[in-house]
Design a protein. Structure first.
Length: 206
């Protein structure tokens, strides 16, 4: 599947927030935070134009796409599925995005970024209910257990992640060592990022 391969700092600076694309504590992450409010481009510092309603809706949609690491076609597909659900469209959309396997690994603090979690999955390092899974978009369900293959636990990055004291784990998940479990489906209040899903609904409803 196609992925954005350009500068990640550029995406974050375009949205004006940390999108979680860089490993926390790294040199590149520190550099990003220093320039996060400077719009990319030669005249980035001078651009202060007011956005139209459409522009605000577009930026919110782009922000959420970039947080979860999706391209337009896949993101729109999630939205179309959410509109067919009887529940609140915006909440259903975000719930599906949260349930993606790559996002769950990130929320379990078993990977520094969603991009790295996606790579771990596609490279075959992840087990779901003790079975190999290589699909980052797989939607997890309550009761399922996520873990790394034994050989991958020896990787320096994974060792470092497991040594983190008091890791931030999403409330709908639990983790014991390298094993994570889905306790329940995520709710709107479980999502940590500042997201206005109504703007996304308005964008696609034009």
């Amino acid at each position: 599947m196609a992925r954005y391969l350009g500068p990640k700092n550029r995406l974050a600076r375009r949205e004006g927030i940390d999108l979680g694309l860089k490993t926390p504590g790294s040199k590149s992450h520190a550099q990003l935070l220093k320039r996060i409010k400077i719009t990319p481009g030669v005249h980035g510092q001078k651009r202060k134009r007011k956005l139209s309603d459409y522009g605000v809706q577009l930026r919110e949609k782009q922000k959420v796409k970039r947080i979860y690491g999706l391209l337009e076609r896949q993101f729109k597909k999630y939205f179309q599925i959410a509109t067919r659900d009887k529940r609140n469209t915006g909440e259903t959309l975000l719930t599906m995005l949260e349930r993606r396997l790559d996002n769950v690994i990130y929320r379990l603090n078993l990977a520094p970024t969603r991009a790295s979690a996606r790579q771990f999955v596609t490279h075959g390092h992840i087990k779901l209910d003790d079975q190999k899974v290589s699909i980052p978009s797989y939607l997890v369900s309550p009761g399922q257990v996520i873990s790394y293959k034994d050989k991958f636990l020896a990787t320096p990055l994974i060792k470092k992640m497991l040594e983190t004291k008091d890791p931030q784990i999403a409330s709908w998940l639990s983790r014991k060592g390298p094993h994570g479990k889905v306790l329940r489906l995520p709710k709107r209040e479980d999502i940590m990022e500042n997201i206005n899903e109504q703007l996304i609904i308005e964008f696609y409803s034009r």
